[in-house]
Write a new protein. Sequence first.
Lengths: 239, 126
Amino acid sequence: MANSATLTTDTRSQWGGGKSPFSISYGKLMMWIFLLSDAFTFSSLLVSYGFVRYSFSGNLETPWPSPDQVFNHFPFLHGMHLPLMFVSLMTFILIFSSVTMVLAVEAGHRMAKKEVAKYMFLTIIGGAAFLGCQAWEWSQFITGSEAGKLMSDGSIFHGANLSMNEYGPVAFADLFFIVTGFHGMHVFSGVVLNIIIFIQVLNGTFEKRGHYEMVEKVGLYWHFVDLVWVFVFTFYYLI
Amino acid sequence: MSSHTVEHLEHTESPSDMKSQIWKTFWILLAFTLVDIALYFVLDPTMFRNWVFIILGVVKAFFIVSIFMHMKFERKFLAWMIILPMVLVIFLITLMVVEAKYVDDHVNKDSVAKPATEESHDTHAH
């Protein structure tokens, strides 16, 4: 702050007060506020899942299905009972893509363009792999088993949609679609954002700007998606 | 960074051993997930097991937020500003558990009293 010219530059670039509140940039703070509101949305969805499931605990007509009887498939291993294996794989993929993301952020602090690009690329691959797994999981769920379920009108129904399913209460499939669908939508937007940032890294946009803060911001979002999956995994597949 | 053409950003610094902390967090998350899977097959499905899963989930969330999302190294006020509002979720959970118990106690008991419909004789595929 040696002269007034520097002061003007600083005042403009740091929130207008010369010093950023919480020692954090405006964009990062707003990302945190957004993630807080998103956390409320996901909490509401998971709490409503808990509410519906608990209210079915004494229902003998249409009992809530046990997750390991529904999600017990694995690609290329048809007909085998493998509960939890495929979602565990999905969990590992997402945790690992979170690690590559934070390594990209770390490389960004050192202004190592090539490393940032490498780790961003790996993160995109991880996100795409997770989305592929989720598509497979959904198609398994929608297609259903060969035996299906005998409906009250005498027909046999296979799989699930929003108004009918062979697994149990209608709400079971509805909640599965909305919770994992909303999370999958977040992963998809995360992958799109990561691709945009990856292209900008390759173009040298952040090198010219002097910092890789954009990588940190999408990183926050990406870790949040991982965080939500921890709870979806816990409430949907474990409990 | 001192050049006027380059934008200067104020931010909290990462520790010098950030890379090793990242990998340590990765192994912790991996281990906890493996513990989750092991307990799923070892323990019987009880409320106790559910609480173990929930606590493990919260611990995993703590590691993701503090290390991966850098919250541990930010100003404490920012951390509290983001984490404290989540207490409202506990309030929501409490209310909804009470409501769900009411539905379970009253609606389900009424439906059991009614004669069983065809759907109760359905053969499940699994």
